[in-house]
Design a protein around this ligand. Structure first.
Ligand SMILES: Cc1ncc(COP(=O)(O)O)c(C=O)c1O
Ligand SMILES: [Zn+2]
Length: 378
């Protein structure tokens, strides 16, 4: 039976309860027993829904899906090492957020909810808007006014109402909470169903490696939807006896907005406040991540690390990836800059020679179209 459990007060709610946070105000997690019938999974079509018994949606009839997922895992040479990079920019809306949106909007539909609100730096909003369009659910997306114009157009073309909020990403998060008083909040960081979509990243990675876990997985960390989802997914595979270890999770943030890196290095109990500066990695410019402590606990559990990258490293990685034929957006390039830094830092250690490192292209370059000419000309 699927249940929602509060991280703070341990209150338990049924999955049919249309709530996105505990009545005490804290975040909820999902308690759910996944199953992995590998023989059946192998025979199904290559989409994230092939792990059907591990996704906490009851009825097949309401599933909202574009047959997304099973993105290629390809070798990319980064700092002289062959890194396996999952091509998450190839999703229908252009980012990995489709994984979470497919599961979350399937649950919204199952609950009979007809209208949702969500906030986003652009990509989660595009994904929620697209899946709501497919499900016939009306959708209000809140984004910072500085969001790339391509993402703003995309959200509106899917038929969502767009609310451009002046100021920071935090001002946008604040604005949506007012809307969430009356409209269901389909949040990609509050709502635990989203993470049970992004967790399929871990399943696919292991399946593509012959049901083995990689040694190290390097991911972006803004609100942590991919990092925490991956942690859940790898844990579930470990519990099921399918893999033998959880990979080290390394979270990457831009130096200009790195509260999690600061919290990790200082080993602080609460996520410290930071003086946020502008960054071209707009998707991970999150100064006060709601699940920040949960992200750091996950990284620590795996023996992982948190690393920050500079604006010039991000631009350089973006250009390097494009020169290899991979057109990714700046936020996505921040992760690759982190991979580059990780490999250079660990070069002396012999253990890294055979280390299987997995990373990700999180978003397509075409999404940041308006901002790419500036990068080209600098
Ligand atoms: C392209 C891209 N990469 C990475 C992320 C980071 O995801 P999260 O904030 O869930 O950690 C985002 C978030 O919007 C994004 O748009
Ligand atoms: Zn509670």
């Amino acid at each position: 039976m699927t249940q929602l459990i509060c991280q703070k007060c341990s209150a338990v709610y049924g999955a049919d309860d249309p709530r996105w946070r505990c009545s005490c105000g804290h975040v909820l997690d999902l308690h759910f027993e996944p199953a992995f019938p590998l023989d059946k999974i192998k025979q199904r079509k290559p989409s994230m829904w092939r792990y059907r018994e591990a996704i906490p949606i009851d009825a097949d009839a309401g599933i909202v899906s574009f047959d997304e997922g099973f993105t290629p895992l390809i070798e990319v040479n980064i700092a002289g090492k062959a890194v396996l990079v999952k091509q998450e920019q190839l999703f229908s809306t252009g980012s990995f957020k489709d994984r979470g949106a497919s599961v979350l909007i399937s649950q919204v539909k199952a609950l009979g909810i007809r209208e949702v609100a969500a906030d986003s730096s652009g990509n989660a909003g595009s994904a929620i808007a697209a899946y709501c369009a497919a499900a016939g659910i009306s959708c209000h997306i809140f984004v910072p006014a500085y969001t790339s114009p391509g993402k703003l157009a995309q959200i509106q073309l899917y038929g969502a109402t767009l609310n451009k909020i002046p100021g920071t990403r935090e001002d946008t998060a604040h604005a949506v909470l007012a809307a969430a008083e009356t409209i269901y909040y389909a949040s990609h960081y509050w709502n635990p169903f989203f993470f049970h979509g992004t967790k399929t990243f871990a399943y696919e990675t292991c399946e593509q490696l012959g049901w083995k876990a990689p040694d190290t997985v390097i991911l972006a960390a803004g609100n942590g939807s991919l990092l925490l989802g991956s942690y859940i997914g790898f844990n579930e595979l470990l519990q099921a006896g399918i893999i033998e270890k959880i990979p080290r999770l390394i979270g990457i943030q831009p130096e200009n907005c790195a509260p999690l890196v600061k919290g990790f290095k200082e080993n602080s109990i609460e996520i410290p406040g930071i003086q946020k500066k502008e960054t071209i990695a707009e998707g991970i410019a999150v100064a006060t991540p709601i699940r920040g402590k949960q992200i750091l606990d996950a990284v620590k559990q795996t023996g992982g690390d948190m690393m920050a990258v500079s604006e010039s490293e991000i631009k350089q990685s973006l250009k390097e990836m494009c020169r290899k034929g991979h057109y990714i957006e700046p936020t996505s390039a921040a992760v690759i800059a982190g991979v580059n830094r990780y490999i250079l830092n660990h070069r002396q250690q012999k253990s890294t020679a055979n280390e299987v490192i997995v990373s990700v292209f999180t978003g397509h370059g075409l999404k940041a179209g308006g901002k790419m000419p500036d990068i080209l000309n600098k």
